[in-house]
Design a protein around this ligand. Sequence first.
Ligand code: DAT
Ligand code: MG
Length: 136
Amino acid sequence: MTERTLVLVKPDGVARGLVGEVITRLERKGLRLVAAELRTLSRETAETHYAEHRERPFFGSLVEFITGGPLMALVVEGPRAIEAFRALAGATDPVKAAPGTIRGDFALEVQNNIVHGSDSPESAEREVALFFPDLG
Ligand code: DAT
Ligand code: MG
């Protein structure tokens, strides 16, 4: 079944010139780009996107980080796209992420872990609508 997921190349990934690398990896896997936009998030959008983490001690820092520069927002489509992209991204903590994954290959710190990918069909629907409200 075809699914859509929201992928972000976070500000650290954009600053390090890794947008092409991330897109290459997901296209090589067979996932298809549906939408793409470079943008800097407002605090409000960032807080909505990460609402599930509002009570966590790192929430303030996470919002500062994700609003701190342009990010690349992508909607990606394919069979089991949500799980497929999470597998390409690797574990949240880049030190634990397997080599060969995006986080495993390019990051060392949990906050600066290069990419976001929706974690469930419910999150994907909510996140795609938040970033691309006009997408049909
Ligand atoms: P994921 O991005 O793998 O879905 P998450 O939803 O648990 O991970 O957390 C969202 C982001 O918050 C994560 O990509 C990086 C940051 N984060 C998570 N745990 C953290 C921690 N213990 N300290 C600092 N930042 C953290
Ligand atoms: Mg998450």
